[in-house]
Design a protein around this ligand. Structure first.
Ligand code: XCC
Ligand code: SF4
Length: 664
């Protein structure tokens, strides 16, 4: 991809106004960010590594392989295809392990909550009952905590389960379940699949790339339809299933006169406890005593998405802005737990009064303060953290908050919300979405997931999403890509009229939704699996997820987790396109991933670095699916008359869009 050189001096990939604004202030002088390091390193990425053909799985290597050159196979004889497939497998194992270890903590927190050992409660009883049904748990005559305890314990057991299949798999379309069974890739136990993946990629074990890819799918399914799905559902039950909520996204959410605490990482247990503690009278009083008007919590990365979705707490930054938010000099503490926390934040914080507070024994960092977050004494841990942040308020020196640039978002589009807004309480269904796809107002659905990446321009997500919605493709976003799209103003309902094609704009205006829907954090991609399943079940769009006019992308991924997500989408029948994947040094393997696997899985991988071309590859795929379904006819613009609006408007978002207040 050609990177657009339009940023400020020394930061070529920056388009975001507030990032640019902060970086040019005096207070940020001397702050080195990843943007600078990308330039400073002075070395381009190793060709063998970036194309997947460097093997260091044993001490006879590392071996760099050149496909087709007889002398350049591994010392053990490993071919380019084997090495690339093994490396890809290990990415999937690491990505799945990260999601599943996060999920395990959430399940354990859920069990502790069911036992009454935390300050949280079982909030969404309706969802508890629907999950109890999935897990064959008796609900008659039992209180919510008893049911929750059994559910939590059954979920926890699936991590160490050795045989059988994961329970959530049965939520998938029957056709997909049958395909997995036929291929022998139904996950047996969550941890088992990760361990087996690591074993099979050890020197001298599985040396058949196609056979390895079966385990790759099984491992990723244990993530998507297993651990991640458990995490999303149990977190919803405990903290509430998201409903549409207005908030703001940008560095400008920091407040001049308050103690700014950013919460960065992934597990919402910590963030939820901080939210509760920040509202407590003693913490509020302590903040006032320190001369602040209060405590301002703001999210970073997926923790940000979790508390935005459920509480409407503003998001200060996505992955790509974690250093910039510190460079404002206005953050008293950045509290971190696990995943996507750059080691550089400790270095940046040194220039300011800011404390980086690590809270998880699994993730410590030199230069940070460690305050262990104790699940069983969460309030005390949270207060200790906040007390430290409040103590820093008086030490704040020069700072700069780019206040004018923050943008509104409407977030909170869980699968349940999408269901509801289309039909209200009584007729909740995906029927209107399917109908609007069939009648052509909506061309198809695109999932945009995953990270930001300093090697690419920070408006890449925006450019792709604008191209998609202009072409009437509804965009569902999660993770840092959702934050990026929020920052770009695409999660305001008004964005439909401003940027969407006429058909999509009409549907969005009628429902009062933005053309880009925020569906949550990285683990919440499981919501997309359920949404796709629901679209198949609703009828009219084929028998399989692979029949849907839908596509997925993580256009500037950086984390191994994003690849695991991509793979479980592919193994669920979805066409997934990334900017690039480290597989291209192996010809047969690449061909298999981008073509061959479609026959078995229904989904396949693709690659494209140019944002606009990437969007059009997604659109082309969507059109091909429409063609196969026989719905790809040119549609004249059908305006909604009042009856149609009334029909659709039952669940419109209160105070949002043209439908006025919700009728419920
Ligand atoms: Fe990390 Fe989840 Fe990627 Fe953002 S999107 S950079 S993984 S925080 Ni999931
Ligand atoms: Fe080289 Fe084979 Fe060892 Fe890999 S496993 S480092 S290809 S000898």
């Amino acid at each position: 991809m050609t990177i657009r050189k339009i940023g400020c001096e020394g930061c070529d990939n920056i388009v975001c106004p507030s990032t640019k604004d902060v970086l040019k202030q005096d207070v940020a002088k001397g702050v080195k960010t990843a943007f600078h390091r990308v330039d400073d390193r002075g070395m381009s990425a190793c060709l063998f590594g970036s194309t997947g053909v460097c093997c260091r799985n044993c001490n006879m290597g590392p071996c760099q392989i050149i496909d087709g050159v007889a002398e350049m196979v591994g010392v053990c004889g490993a071919s380019a295809d084997t090495v690339a497939a093994r490396n890809f497998s290990r990415i999937i194992a690491a990505g799945s392990a990260s999601h599943t270890d996060h999920a395990r903590e959430m399940v354990k927190g859920f069990i502790a909550t069911a036992k009454g050992e935390t300050q949280h409660e079982i909030k969404d009883v309706a969802k508890l009952h629907s999950m109890a049904k999935v897990f064959d748990i008796e609900t008659e005559g039992r209180n919510k905590n008893e049911i929750a305890l059994e559910l939590g314990e059954k979920c926890l057991a699936e991590f160490g389960q050795q045989d059988g299949t994961l329970t959530m798999l049965k939520r998938a379309p029957a056709t997909l379940q049958a395909a997995w069974k036929k291929m022998g890739i139904e996950p047996r136990g969550i941890d088992r699949e990760v361990v087996e993946m690591m074993h099979r990629t050890h020197m001298g074990v599985d040396q058949d790339y196609k056979n390895l890819m079966l385990q790759v799918s099984r491992c990723s399914l244990a993530d998507g339809w297993g651990a991640s799905m458990m995490s999303t559902e149990l977190t919803d039950i405990m903290f509430g299933t998201p409903v549409p909520i207005r908030s703001i996204v940008d560095i400008g959410v920091l407040k001049e006169d308050q103690v700014n605490v950013t919460v960065h990482g992934h597990e919402p247990l910590l963030a939820e406890s901080l939210c509760l503690a920040a509202q407590s009278e003693d913490m509020q009083n302590l903040a006032k005593k320190a001369g602040a008007k209060g405590i301002n919590l703001a999210g970073v990365c997926c923790t940000g998405n979790e508390i935005l979705m459920r509480r409407g707490i503003p998001v200060a930054a996505g992955f790509i802005q974690q250093e910039i938010v510190l460079a404002t000099g206005a953050v008293e503490a950045m509290v971190v737990d696990i995943q996507c926390i750059m080691q550089s934040v400790a270095e940046v914080a040194k220039s300011f009064h800011t404390d980086i507070i690590t809270t998880n024994y699994r993730a410590k960092m030199e230069g940070a303060v460690h305050i262990q977050f104790d699940d069983n004494n969460a309030m005390a841990s949270a207060k200790e953290i906040l007390t430290r942040a409040i103590g820093n308020f008086k030490k704040r020196g020069k700072y700069y908050i780019p206040e004018s640039k923050k943008l509104d978002v409407v977030a909170g589009f869980s699968h349940e919300t999408i269901n509801y807004i289309q039909g209200g309480h009584f007729r909740a269904s995906y029927r209107p979405l399917n109908d609007n796809i069939i009648n052509g107002r909506i061309r198809g659905v695109a999932a945009m997931v995953g990270c930001d990446n300093y090697k690419y321009s920070d408006d890449t997500h925006e450019r792709i999403a604008r191209e998609l919605i202009k072409n009437n493709v509804l965009v569902l976003a999660t993770g840092c890509s959702a934050t990026a799209l929020g920052r770009a103003g695409l999660m305001r309902p008004e964005a439909a009229a401003e940027f969407a094609g006429p058909g999509l704009a009409e549907v969005c205006e009628t429902l009062g939704t933005p053309p880009v829907l925020h569906m949550g954090s990285c683990v919440d991609n499981s919501r997309l699996l359920i949404a796709a399943t629901q679209m198949v079940a609703e009828g009219g769009l084929g028998e399989h997820i692979s029949d849907l006019p839908a596509a997925g992308t993580s256009p500037v991924w950086m984390s191994e987790k994003a690849v695991a997500i991509g793979q479980y989408f592919v193994a669920s029948g979805i066409y997934v396109i990334f900017n690039k994947l480290p597989i291209t040094g192996a010809k047969k393997f690449t061909k298999y991933m981008t073509e061959g696997c479609e026959e078995e899985l229904g989904g396949k991988w693709d690659m494209e670095e140019d944002p606009i071309k990437l969007a059009h590859k997604m659109i082309k795929h969507i059109d091909e699916k429409r063609e196969a379904l026989g719905i790809n006819k040119e549609q004249g613009r059908v305006l909604f008359d009042m009856d149609m609006r009334r029909d659709l408007g039952g669940g419109a978002i209160a105070g949002v869009g043209c439908s006025g207040p919700a009728s419920s």
